[in-house]
Design a protein around this ligand. Structure first.
Ligand SMILES: Cc1cc2nc3c(=O)[nH]c(=O)nc-3n(C[C@H](O)[C@H](O)[C@H](O)COP(=O)(O)OP(=O)(O)OC[C@H]3O[C@@H](n4cnc5c(N)ncnc54)[C@H](O)[C@@H]3O)c2cc1C
Length: 376
């Protein structure tokens, strides 16, 4: 049986393995961490990605642990509502604990899982197979290698070699806590180069994120994360100070992406998810794109086999959409993080003047896309 090595046990790698179940390919997932796990923050999964999970028969498992976003408010830091909309698609927009999604994906894969295997290097053999070497000394020869190893992908270094991701000038903190808010409440609040988002998970538990312009990998010491966030957001509208107070664990990232470029494969080595098209999270679409990409890649492999034709077709079908998401997300981030008075004022005026139906229609491009309709 043809063997595929998937480097990285994140959303992309796991989804690909599920898509390839019963396809005649034997998938091995190699994860550098000692166990397959995810960080304890929330993730929004939009209908465009849920269609894939519906096709794979795991939608019900997801809906059991997720909360639906029913109403979305855009607000100013004083709490003034700029707009309110209620997204309605064939499938819901949901939010969940990342570890819950990860656990569901792990439960549904029949791939062989190898934790504690960090990819070190690989080479393509004259017969097209790929010889892989891990930092723990293990070597393995496979028919194809998928680099699903995230933002700082080692596989990308070899395939595209375009240096480090591009830092976009702001940090994001995330957390999860219990809040007294209406079921299905979601919001994004805009300040002066600062934003806070809230998403519903389930039964009174909400996920949140906050952004601030600051240098790459800035420390929160000496004041500590909670005090620092309270200093910046403590006088914002309810429940923002409360959510910072009630959060026990904060996760922080300096936000980076990459300029989208083609050339996602080389021989039988191909990139997937953040390794191929990392994006800032302003549209909540990075993981969703990894899910769409996994679906397309699996279908191309099933149709064309493990060869350049499959990988070229996958890139041709997925690149334009992934690029559009990366570019739009970057632009939204720039406007959201702006400290320019005119830009902020124009942004808030636009939000309050745009009819919600029009805003939702603009978002349709991203959220109601159905990757299953692509002609592979
Ligand atoms: C703050 C923030 C909020 C976000 N919110 C959302 C959201 O709401 N909705 C959404 O859809 N997306 C969101 N995203 C984006 C989403 O998290 C990513 O796009 C998604 O995780 C990409 O999946 P992936 O499988 O490609 O990579 P990853 O999830 O990064 O997985 C890569 C895996 O590869 C492993 N790995 C790395 N190097 C090696 C190696 N050398 N050898 C072996 N294994 C290796 C890693 O340990 C990891 O397990 C957000 C991102 C951020 C930063």
């Amino acid at each position: 049986m043809n063997e595929i090595a998937i480097i990285g046990g994140g959303i992309g790698g796991l989804t690909l393995a599920i898509c390839l179940k019963k396809s005649g390919y034997s998938c091995h997932i190699y994860e550098k961490n000692d166990e397959f796990r995810e960080v304890g923050a929330a993730i929004s999964v939009f209908p465009n990605a849920l269609t894939v999970y519906q096709e794979l028969g795991i939608l019900d498992d997801i809906l059991r642990v997720a909360g639906e976003v029913k109403d979305v408010f855009l607000k100013t830091q004083s709490g003034k509502i700029l707009s309110q909309s209620s997204p309605r698609y064939d499938l819901p927009t949901v939010c969940m604990h990342r570890p819950d999604l990860h656990a569901i994906l792990l439960r549904h894969t029949d791939a062989q899982l190898h934790s504690g295997h960090a990819l070190q290097t690989f080479s393509t053999l004259p017969n097209g197979q790929v010889e892989i070497q891990f930092t723990n000394g293990v070597r393995k020869t496979v028919d194809a290698l998928v680099g699903a190893d995230g933002l700082n992908s080692v596989v990308r270094d070899r395939v595209i070699n375009d240096g480090k991701p591009v830092f976009r000038g702001y940090s994001i903190w995330r957390g999860v806590c219990r809040l007294d808010l209406a079921d299905g409440y979601g919001s994004e609040t805009y300040g002066n180069g600062q934003r806070v988002g809230i998403v519903p998970i389930k039964e009174g538990v909400f996920g949140w994120w906050a952004t601030l312009n600051e240098p790459f990998m800035q420390t929160d010491e000496p004041e500590g994360t909670k005090q620092k966030l309270l200093a910046h957001f403590g006088d914002w509208h309810y429940p923002i100070p409360a959510l910072i107070e009630h959060t026990e664990h904060f996760i922080k990232n300096s936000l980076s992406d990459r300029v989208p470029v083609r050339g996602w494969s080389q021989g039988n080595v191909v990139l997937l998810g953040d390794a191929a098209h990392p994006t800032t999270p302003n549209l909540g679409q990075g993981g969703c794109m990894a899910i769409e990409g996994a679906y397309i890649l699996a279908r191309c492999i099933q149709k064309y086999g493990l060869n350049q034709e499959a990988f070229t077709r996958y890139e041709m079908l997925h690149f334009p959409r992934a690029k559009a998401v990366v570019d739009a997300s970057l632009a939204i981030g720039r406007i959201g993080q702006s400290k320019n008075r005119l830009v902020r004022s124009a942004r808030n005026t636009l939000f309050s003047l745009l009819p919600p139906r029009l805003t939702l229609r603009m978002m349709d491009t991203y959220f109601s896309y159905d990757v299953r309709k692509l002609a592979i």
